[in-house]
Design a protein around this ligand. Structure first.
Ligand SMILES: CC(C)(COP(=O)(O)OP(=O)(O)OC[C@H]1O[C@@H](n2cnc3c(N)ncnc32)[C@H](O)[C@@H]1OP(=O)(O)O)[C@@H](O)C(=O)NCCC(=O)NCCS
Length: 211
């Protein structure tokens, strides 16, 4: 089945990278329809989320991921199989690796993005542009010494946006590496192509692809 959204929302395209953005707050019928392709574990995970809105957003994101991958693999969305690394990074199961299709997903408020590449590590992160009162503290804890020094040198007016740019870059790299943010991230910027993009007005995004 090919749903209209599969070609909607392309926000970035290069030779070997596509980033698609979607609005998540769909009407219940659309959520129900897209939710049909989720497996039992995914449906259980959705039901385990406390807020109804979070349940719906998870279903919308996972359903779209399944549809996008299925279209590339020329299979049914429900037949896409995932495996998870130790810290939760999802990828296509080894049974479906022929195409070496790779992906990364991020959600913030009512927008989600999915980045797709062939055979290159990819990570994507988006954030709604909102004030982060504890930004300086987070920056001092999470950024590298050099990155923090350049962040601290930014004037007060531009710091909130600068923080989100650095933060989405860090999360994107963490996702590409599969390590999450629970541990220090060691990465060499020269090994990655880092691209900023605007998923929707009022949001900021960064996608990284290994060179
Ligand atoms: C990966 C991580 C940075 C995502 O952060 P986030 O901003 O909350 O969420 P986003 O919406 O941007 O991304 C979520 C997506 O990232 C992906 N993801 C989850 N864990 C991931 C990981 N370790 N690596 C890469 N991608 C991951 C999933 O596709 C997830 O989508 P889903 O919720 O629909 O399944 C964060 O969840 C994290 O740090 N995870 C690791 C947890 C960890 O370190 N645990 C150690 C035990 S203490």
């Amino acid at each position: 089945m090919t749903l209209a959204f599969e070609t909607d929302g392309l926000v970035l395209k290069t030779d070997d990278l596509e980033v698609l953005a979607f609005k998540l707050d769909l009407d219940q019928d659309a959520i129900d329809e897209i939710g049909l392709c989720l497996n039992e574990d995914e449906s259980r995970r959705a039901m385990g989320l406390r807020l109804r809105q979070d349940q719906r957003r998870f279903v919308a994101t996972r359903g779209r991921l399944r549809h996008l991958l299925a279209a590339r693999l020329e299979i049914c969305p429900a037949d896409v199989e995932f495996e998870y690394e130790e810290l939760g990074k999802p990828h296509l199961s080894s049974r479906m690796r022929d195409s070496d299709l790779r992906f990364s997903v991020s959600r913030s408020a009512d927008v989600a993005v999915i980045a797709l590449t062939n055979s290159r590590d990819v990570g994507v992160d988006i954030e709604a542009i909102l004030p982060v009162p504890e930004a300086d503290q987070i920056a001092s804890l999470c950024l590298s010494a050099a990155d923090y020094e350049s962040y601290a040198a930014v004037d007060a007016e531009h710091r909130p946006k600068d923080f989100l740019e650095r933060w989405t870059r860090l999360e994107a790299v963490a996702k590409a590496l599969g390590c999450g943010l629970g541990q220090p991230i060691v990465w060499n910027e020269e090994d990655w192509t880092v691209t900023r993009f605007v998923p929707r007005a009022g949001y900021i995004g960064t996608v990284v692809v290994r060179n």
